[in-house]
Design a protein around this ligand. Structure first.
Ligand SMILES: Cc1cc2nc3c(=O)[nH]c(=O)nc-3n(C[C@H](O)[C@H](O)[C@H](O)COP(=O)(O)O)c2cc1C
Length: 223
């Protein structure tokens, strides 16, 4: 009997979906991207009461510097050389960080636009974890992402609105970059939510946040 219960518990645990939230705004409760991501998370938790949520805040997480042993470990791998003990330790640290992506089914990223691109701490995380044989493979057949089958949701916040005054094709190095990176690591099922005009007066800010929160909650119910 206890074996049956244990195996039921094990299968329930295996079925519980896991989500990683990469938080890239340092603005805490003021953050538009975080507010919209929270609306997504609240709805997702309602749909998946046993779901597991891992939060990786790029501002409070110690990200490994990508020089010295970490950099040498990367090139040792690329050039087929054995890694020194220090390099192996640095590589392990990178692998531990990448594991947080590998163990989930859904990756939620809240991403403010900074100077048309993404905050440097998010780029730091991306540079650390995007490694051959960690998140992608690379050989004579080309580059192949290793995170296939997962879904990503990106909440893109901006002070202005992309459009005639700020043409998307010329100035968007945020949303398009996130798409390019997620595709590189193998995630092709990507949904973007935009929360714009957060710096164009309180009214537009509130309206943009409310619309994006509704969109996020609707989307969460489908994932
Ligand atoms: C360093 C920095 C650079 C910014 N650059 C841009 C920009 O290029 N375009 C834009 O629309 N907003 C820009 N903003 C405004 C933010 O995108 C806006 O405040 C947004 O709401 C930030 O997201 P958050 O509220 O989730 O932190 C910038 C803000 C900061 C702090």
């Amino acid at each position: 009997m206890s074996q049956i219960i244990e195996s039921q518990q094990a299968s329930t645990a295996a079925a519980a979906p896991r989500l990683l939230h990469v938080e890239a705004s340092p603005r805490g409760a003021q953050s538009a991207s975080r507010q919209v991501a929270q609306a997504f998370l609240d709805a997702w938790k309602d749909c998946h009461p046993g779901g597991d949520i891992d939060v990786l805040n790029v501002w409070t997480t110690e990200l490994p510097a990508f020089d010295g042993d970490a950099l040498d470990a990367k090139y040792a791998g690329l050039e087929g050389r054995e890694r020194s003990a220090g390099q192996a330790r640095a590589w392990q640290e990178i692998g531990n960080l990448a594991d947080r992506f590998r163990r989930v089914q859904v990756v939620l990223l809240s991403v403010p636009m900074w100077n048309f691109g993404i905050p440097y701490r998010l780029k730091h995380l991306i540079d650390a974890v995007s490694q051959k044989d960690v998140l992608f493979t690379f050989d004579e057949n080309g580059l192949r992402g290793m995170l296939g089958g997962r879904k990503a949701v990106v909440v893109n916040s901006r002070g202005v609105g992309l459009g005639p005054d700020f043409p998307r094709e010329e100035l968007d190095y945020q949303q398009r970059y996130m798409t390019a990176w997620l595709q590189m690591i193998g995630i092709s099922d990507i949904a973007h939510i935009e929360v714009e005009k957060t710096l164009m007066g309180a009214e537009l800010d509130q309206a943009g946040r409310a619309a994006a929160c509704m969109q996020a909650a609707r989307l969460a119910a489908t994932l």
